[in-house]
Design a protein around this ligand. Structure first.
Ligand SMILES: C[S@@+](CC[C@H](N)C(=O)[O-])C[C@H]1O[C@@H](n2cnc3c(N)ncnc32)[C@H](O)[C@@H]1O
Length: 401
């Protein structure tokens, strides 16, 4: 890997990973609508409550999302280590007459930032999961939250990313068979031929080139940088935080329940969440609601193992690539192909055909198998998840949160 960090990856390529255009009123209104929907409806944070409140955002990039918080009246501390994006950030805040909402702008990373202040809302979207000391840094973020306040973070989900990782594997294997460098313009052209038509049908904010660079060939889209609710829920618990909400929302634990029903112990609650996760597993995989049954721990473990194999294949030197080390697991095949949900069965058939072609050594056959895999082509999983968490007020037991 020629970059040690996500930051270096962006800087050496002069790459703005989230190029959100705000040059017309229509685009600004759409950005406001998307972020309101995310914060208010999904993450349970009414933006009006942020008026006059101290909010800190790490990794704000060129500030397109921070602008929405400023527009809601938050007093912003912005921390962004990539100086290449700061001129655009300043121009945007001036253009929208929101510069006065910025209390401080630090050209620093989360590791080096220090402050004795606390904030009503701490935001860390799009980078935390790539850092080697991410658990320790999550603790640092939590300590910056005023007790009773909130944080939001994103992570790339190990299971939600499985379909995209399979697409990544198809591209890397096609590049290997075609003698193409995965980071070259020829690889981008190949990605356009394989995925362009399908991506154009998705309500995606990003053009194909940004998706290719930031997901398909980015070394930070691999197993070491993936996370999961199975790891994060206990971690937040240890840090004295309750999970406030998620986006996408997938847990039905609090649905159809009376609010006075608080008798469950934390251990029971944890078990119930794990059962919810297994129930929602088909949604994680596909990105669509599903009538498929819950996944067993064996199936979940098999997907995690395959994501490790895809990662080992797609990072590091081309000469070390060994497709025989990537094998489609029987428990996953059985789970999908015997499902009551026809979409899961179709997906199981597509995975079977594509993984067989991946194991072969004929580029045309691989491209043909992928072209014929309609269900796989039209699904994108749930690669990126948001969590909002609340720091328990002092004196309040974690369970009360
Ligand atoms: C994928 S972009 C996300 C931008 C924006 N937060 C969003 O979600 O749309 C990741 C951002 O995190 C920044 N970043 C990378 N490493 C960081 C670190 N250690 N501390 C703070 N920010 C970091 C990058 O410079 C970049 O602006």
């Amino acid at each position: 890997m020629d970059s040690d960090s996500l930051l270096e990856f962006y800087q050496t390529r002069h790459f703005n990973p989230v190029p959100i255009a705000l040059d017309t009123d229509e685009k600004w209104q759409l950005q406001l609508a998307k972020r309101r929907n995310l914060y208010q409806r999904h993450l349970g944070i009414p933006l009006a409550l942020l008026k006059g409140q101290p909010v800190i955002e790490f990794g704000c990039n060129s500030g397109e999302n921070a602008l929405v918080l400023a527009h809601a009246g938050a007093r912003l501390t912005l921390v962004e280590p990539n100086d290449q994006v700061l001129p655009r950030l300043r121009t945007l805040f001036e253009h929208f007459h929101l510069g006065r909402q910025i209390t401080a702008l630090h050209n620093q990373d989360l590791n080096s930032f220090s402050s004795s202040e606390t904030y009503s809302l701490v935001v860390a979207e799009g980078f935390l999961y790539t850092l080697p000391n991410r658990e320790e840094l999550l603790g640092k973020l939590v300590r910056l939250i005023t007790p009773g306040g909130l944080m939001t973070m994103t992570f790339n989900d190990r299971y939600g990313g499985f379909i995209e990782l399979t697409k990544r594997l198809v591209l890397f294997r096609a590049c290997e068979l075609g003698g193409i460098d995965p980071e070259s313009p020829e690889s981008l052209a190949l990605a356009e031929r394989l995925f362009g038509e399908d991506l154009a049908k998705v309500n995606a904010s990003r053009p194909l080139e940004a998706w290719w660079k930031d997901m398909l060939v980015c070394p930070f889209y691999s197993a070491a940088y993936l996370w999961s609710y199975l790891e994060l829920f206990p971690l937040f618990d240890q840090l004295g935080c309750g999970i406030h909400s998620t986006s996408p929302r997938w847990s039905l634990l609090d649905h159809y329940r009376w609010y006075k029903d608080v008798a469950r112990t934390r251990a029971e609650h944890h078990q119930a969440l794990l059962a919810e996760f297994r129930r929602a597993f088909p949604f994680f995989l596909t990105g669509r609601p599903s009538s498929g049954g819950p996944a067993s721990e064996t199936v979940i473990g098999a997907v995690a193992a395959l994501t490790d194999q895809i990662s080992a294949y797609s990072i590091g030197a081309a000469s070390a690539r060994d497709i025989t080390q990537v094998s489609y697991p029987q428990p996953l095949e059985d789970y999908l192909c015997t499902s009551a949900d026809p979409t899961l069965r179709a997906l199981g058939d597509d995975f079977g055909a594509v993984y067989r072609a991946l194991a072969g050594s004929n580029l045309q056959e691989l491209a043909g198998a992928y072209q014929a895999a309609d269900c796989l082509r039209s699904h994108w999983g749930t690669p990126c998840h948001y969590i909002s968490a609340v720091r328990h007020p002092i004196g309040e037991s974690a369970w009360d949160g």
